[in-house]
Design a protein around this ligand. Structure first.
Ligand SMILES: [Zn+2]
Length: 343
């Protein structure tokens, strides 16, 4: 597969990639909005899937690609790594007798997520508002572009069957999966799946490779601690939630990014700059040159907003549609500023 979900030529190979030792990654190039990865672990007579993508069609495609390796080892277990829809809204496509597990925190957050119906409505509305002139049109086109490859109208939510607190060990076909909650960071309930006998770790959205991460929850110290915990596992193959498969080097790059961004946000905060102004200044700094090349750099605005709220003691970002709409309006403005810079 050499195209993105939107059908454009992709920067790297997607599809079902073997990682060795009966493990696979499902990779959706280029790893931007909604282009989430997933995983497969095949044991003796039973398999486990890590995450199920954003809609039924994408998940069915993935399960069809997994048919060969799972012949004789049906999917009996699925893990949802966090509450963002692009990682679990395909759950209903799993075999009915597969047990789905997530962290207690992610399970709670799933109840607070926008519904598929709401997303379908938003997708339709942004198709209309995208025709407006000015900033409203710009934001409409931005969000529409993000939702375009997905069909939320037919998503039936299937919630996890079980939750765990902190850590859990699951067994599938004689293989051990270590589940560990390392949030709050990207979201409140982020968990990773470590397959020790394969040296593989599915990091989900605690790791983005070549893609600008988004911090919805934070704090940044907790994300850095999560990356240290991933490095401490000694896994040498690490599957990010978005972007191509990496390893410890990519985890260290993500750690460096957060340390750098935390310093830059604190400096902007001392100058009294608000999120939009601060984000544009941060991305224009020569120190950001390498990070500007990551996909969707405009998303830095969201992490900057969350980090500034932390510095101001304002607590977590409210999960309302109005707050999200205001954020995406500013994300679209950052993108325009970066494009104007590029000429
Ligand atoms: Zn994601």
């Amino acid at each position: 597969m050499r195209t993105t979900l939107a059908g454009a030529p992709s920067a790297f190979e997607g599809g079902l990639l073997p990682l060795g030792s009966g493990t696979w990654a499902w990779i959706q190039p280029d790893g931007g909005w909604g282009e989430a990865n997933a995983g497969l672990v095949v044991g003796d007579g039973a398999s486990a899937v890590v995450d199920t993508l954003w809609d039924g069609r994408r998940c069915r495609e993935m399960l069809a690609a997994m048919a060969a390796p799972t012949a004789g080892a049906p999917v009996r277990l699925a893990v949802n790594t966090h509450a963002d829809g692009d990682h679990w809204w395909g759950n209903a496509e799993l075999p009915a007798d597969a047990r789905i597990v997530t962290s207690a925190e992610a399970r709670t957050a799933m109840d607070e997520e926008e519904s598929p119906r709401g997303m379908a409505r938003l997708r339709r509305l942004t198709g209309l508002s995208g025709r407006l002139p000015g900033r409203a049109g710009e934001m409409g086109r931005y969000v529409r572009g993000m939702l375009e490859p997905f069909d939320f109208r037919h998503v039936e939510l299937r919630l996890p069957d079980d939750v765990f607190h902190g850590t859990a060990t699951e067994e599938v076909g004689g293989r051990e999966l270590l589940l560990r909650t390392l949030g709050p960071a990207h979201t409140v309930g982020d968990l990773v799946v470590h397959v020790p006998d394969a040296g593989v770790l599915f990091a989900a959205d605690l790791l983005f490779v070549g893609v600008t991460p988004v911090m919805w929850a934070g704090p940044v110290e907790s994300w850095i601690a999560a990356l240290d915990a991933i490095l401490a596992t000694d896994a040498d193959t690490i599957v990010p939630g978005h972007g191509p498969v990496g390893g410890p080097e990519e985890v260290r790059a993500m750690r460096d990014y957060w340390a750098w961004l935390a310093g830059a946000v604190a400096a902007q905060h001392r100058m009294g700059h608000r999120a939009l102004e601060a984000t544009i200044a941060i991305l224009r700094d020569p120190d950001a040159a390498a990070y500007r090349r990551w996909l969707v750099p405009e998303r830095t605005l969201i992490s900057v907003t969350v980090m500034q709220r932390g510095l101001a003691g304002e607590g977590p970002l409210p999960r309302t549609t109005a707050v999200r709409a205001a954020l995406f309006d500013q994300v679209a403005s950052v993108r325009r500023a970066l494009r104007d810079d590029a000429g």
